[in-house]
Design a protein around this ligand. Structure first.
Ligand code: NAD
Ligand code: IPM
Ligand code: MN
Length: 355
């Protein structure tokens, strides 16, 4: 029996709905498959926790998480309770950086049965590899002067180590997939970071002679995501570009409610973290409207990462089946509740087992 320890942080808003939903499905999968076990420990770290303790997580929070095989997170943020820059930097970004999760992998693909917002709904299946530790999300900068003269300066930080790491990851992935890597750049307008980004891309590409490459300015690339996503395979981007492209990628699939993500610690020194692309959606919390598919697909990525490929494949089959049969939430045009979707997934998993 393979056993894994998982730290589960539901977080805020709909995180508190979709994380328990995903655990029900994971426990069903564990039972029907019978050859792996997930030992879950829950952590209440969230904006509510902040209101009680003055911090998003305890001072030794990272130490508490360090020995786990993976972190499974819902969403963080409740701007009416705690300002976003405090809640996000105090928990989500703190873990990404503290655990050296330099790579954020976010797939986007077409699903049978979902009506596509695309003009040409051709088959697409792409993977955005997002730099996850620095770039535009830096703490370097400041504010000066006041009133009408006030200035805010935000510096971007691009280190050769981090840029190279994300490029290497993208090229490796390209090798395992169809052999095509697109780099998101903006070296026509941004004079230091982006020419540097292009240089590192060209340097890394030398080591992967079999891979086709393309470098596209982020503005044109954003448009190409909408007009011809089927021409994309692996797309590598900086922290901010990757963030924006993956919301577009999510929208192409039909809803941000289904998009998953993996924050990978490549050296294996710390746990990797799995969380959907969406946020805490305070506008729909507590109404049973949250789409649990993003959290479920995220669980699928976690199983794959842990080496449980069979369970991961079964879960993906269940997701595809439930979408195809039309048991989908309002964001996808359906009338199913979170509970209805979870039940349909569980039914699929248990009926598969009896075959
Ligand atoms: P959001 O992703 O929470 O919501 C955007 C829109 O998508 C909303 O209309 C919401 O109802 C809908 N939506 C999102 N997930 C859904 C789901 N599973 N099912 C159905 N509909 C869904 O983004 P936002 O409104 O910009 O942010 C809300 C809060 O979440 C903020 O505090 C923000 O900073 C935070 N946030 C956190 C993360 C994270 O923890 N990884 C990611 C993005 C935003
Ligand atoms: C995401 C989110 C976060 C990010 C925010 C909430 C800080 O949008 O995970 O995509 O930009 O990384
Ligand atoms: Mn985002």
């Amino acid at each position: 029996m393979n056993t894994y320890t998982i730290a589960s942080i539901a977080g805020d808003g709909i995180g508190k709905e979709v994380v328990p939903a995903a655990w029900r499905v994971l426990k069903t999968l564990e039972r029907v498959q019978g050859d792996f076990e997930l030992h879950v420990t829950e952590f209440p770290w969230s904006c509510d926790y902040y209101i009680e303790h003055g911090r998003m997580m305890p001072e030794d929070g990272l130490e508490q998480l360090e020995a786990f095989d993976a972190v499974f997170l819902g969403a963080v943020g409740h701007p009416d309770l705690v300002p976003d820059h405090i809640s996000l930097w105090g928990l989500l970004i703190n873990i990404r950086r503290g655990f050296d999760q330099q790579i954020n992998v976010r797939p986007s693909r077409q699903f049978e049965g979902l009506s596509s917002p695309l003009a040409n709904p051709n088959q697409f299946n792409l993977m955005v590899v997002r730099e996850n530790s620095e770039g535009e999300y830096s703490e370097v900068g400041g504010r000066m002067y006041s009133g009408e003269d006030e200035i805010a300066i935000q510096n971007n930080v691009f280190s050769k180590k981090a840029v190279k790491a994300v490029m290497e990851y993208a090229f490796q992935l390209g090798k395992d997939r169809s052999g095509h890597v697109t780099s998101a750049t903006k070296s026509n307008g941004i004079v230091f970071s982006m020419p540097f980004w292009d240089e590192v891309f060209n340097e890394v590409k030398e080591n992967y002679p079999g891979i086709d490459t393309r470098s596209e300015h982020i503005d044109a690339l954003a448009a190409a995501f909408v007009t011809k996503p089927e021409t994309m395979d692996v797309v590598v981007g900086s922290n901010l570009f990757g963030d924006i492209l993956t919301d577009i990628g999510a929208a192409l699939m039909g809803s941000i409610g289904i998009a998953p993500a993996a924050n990978i610690n490549i050296n294996g020194k710390y746990p990797s973290m799995f969380e959907p692309v969406h946020g805490s959606a305070p506008d729909i919390e507590g109404q049973g409207l949250a789409n649990p598919i993003g959290q479920l697909w995220t669980a699928q990525m976690m199983l794959e990462h842990l080496g449980e490929s069979t369970a991961a494949q079964t879960l993906m089959n269940a997701i595809e089946y439930v979408i195809k049969q039309g048991t989908v939430t309002k964001d996808l045009g359906g009338d199913a509740s979170t509970e209805n979707v979870v039940k349909a997934v569980e039914e699929y998993l248990t009926s598969e087992n009896t075959k």
